[in-house]
Write a protein that binds this ligand. Structure first.
Ligand SMILES: CC(C)(COP(=O)(O)OP(=O)(O)OC[C@H]1O[C@@H](n2cnc3c(N)ncnc32)[C@H](O)[C@@H]1OP(=O)(O)O)[C@@H](O)C(=O)NCCC(=O)NCCS
Length: 207
């Protein structure tokens, strides 16, 4: 008898299979490509559906802010769709979000009915904080996004006192001019980084 399909956290060995699934849908304009570097870096966000040693589904939960996380890169092998694997992946990601006491999950998707069945509701995209859109710079549809924003509130997660993710959207950080100049001048010179920093930051330096 075949071992049952399991949903488990991804390991480094799963990256080629995760890449294949995401690339399959990215080539069809349904999701964003993710490089191997990005996949290794964010591997702890991923769950996989393991069918007797073969990865047939993936999904990730990325924390955006104190009260918000995104379900992303959700993909089930076309040969295995309609068997409850997508549902099990989202439920596993949701359990992880609850463990981390995240209050709300959101997704940007074309699969409205699927996510509605899992308790998500359509919201206006403007209801999502600005920080959510940082990944969109890599999306070919960034100037005409037609994805649907959907949110699910995890009611049993307690609220914590934190400013919303876009509370400082109007703030920006300027690299101090002296540091930029020293870095440019020190290129190819014998200045070591610490010396460059001391020079740029004054005698106090930075620890
Ligand atoms: C969306 C996707 C993950 C669903 O995975 P799946 O394993 O086929 O879904 P499940 O079998 O778990 O379905 C769960 C429920 O949603 C329903 N459902 C799934 N896909 C549906 C669709 N396209 N339209 C309507 N209902 C759908 C199922 O009928 C099932 O309903 P039930 O519980 O009443 O029986 C899968 O189709 C996929 O990989 N799509 C391409 C990538 C994609 O769009 N990902 C989402 C990006 S965020």
């Amino acid at each position: 008898m075949n071992p049952p399909l399991t949903i488990r956290p991804a390991t480094v060995r799963d990256v080629p299979a995760i890449d294949r699934l995401i690339t399959f849908y990215a080539q069809r304009g349904i999701m964003l490509f993710r490089s191997h570097a990005e996949l290794y870096e964010s591997l702890r966000e991923f769950m996989v559906a393991d069918n007797a040693g073969t990865v047939v589904g993936v999904g990730a939960m990325e924390i955006v802010w104190a009260d918000l996380a995104e379900v992303r890169s959700l993909a089930v092998d076309p040969a295995h769709q309609g068997k409850g694997i997508g549902r099990r992946l989202v439920e596993a990601l949701e359990a992880d979000a609850r463990r981390l006491e995240v209050q709300r999950l959101f997704t940007l998707t074309y699969e409205q009915t699927f996510f509605e069945k899992l308790g998500f509701s359509v919201v206006d995209k403007s209801a999502l904080p600005t920080k959510v859109w940082s990944a969109c710079v890599k999306c070919p549809k960034r100037h005409g996004c037609d994805e649907i924003a959907m949110v699910r509130t995890l009611l049993d997660a307690p609220a914590i006192a934190e400013p919303p993710a876009d509370a400082h959207a109007d703030l920006h950080y300027d690299v101090p001019t002296p540091l930029v100049q020293v870095n440019v001048r020190s290129r190819g010179s014998t200045l070591r980084p610490r010396a460059a920093c001391d020079k740029a930051c004054g005698s106090a330096g930075r620890s």
